[in-house]
Design a protein around this ligand. Sequence first.
Ligand SMILES: [Zn+2]
Length: 169
Amino acid sequence: MKVPICIFDAKTGVLCPKCESRLKNGELSKSDVECSIKLIKLSRNNQDIDKLNLISSQKIDEDYVLILKDSNLSHINSNDKLINSVEKEFNGKVWFVEANSSIRRFLENLFFPIRILKTNMIWLPDGNQVTQVTIESKDYEKFISIIEKIKKIVNVIRNIELVVEISGK
Ligand SMILES: [Zn+2]
């Protein structure tokens, strides 16, 4: 497992002088430190978590977004038991996304298990660009509140304005 602070620091919960100064100069966020400690704790009993490489994290409202390097996250996002144990430890909703992934893949990770039918870039008359995503309508009512969260996450992490269309509506 890799995290943005030293493994030793994550295990003990105490930052070494080097990580402490990275935190002070803004190279690390408080959330990076908090999430590293929590994930290392979980990785002791979980091989899937032990394989992760956490680049950084962001706390958005009460949710945590964990940004991971080169991971295939579908086996994580589809593992309810794993997600439950992570969310219990974090005491909130946790989103797993990939660093440097295409916007399509980034959205697929966030929307899972909702299926994305297509994504489009749209230029507005004022010159701004929005990303439109079309999702399947099946059971979408259940997901209305999470769609609002996803819009915010996409805006904070990728600086993209997202418009969500429901197929057939
Ligand atoms: Zn350190």
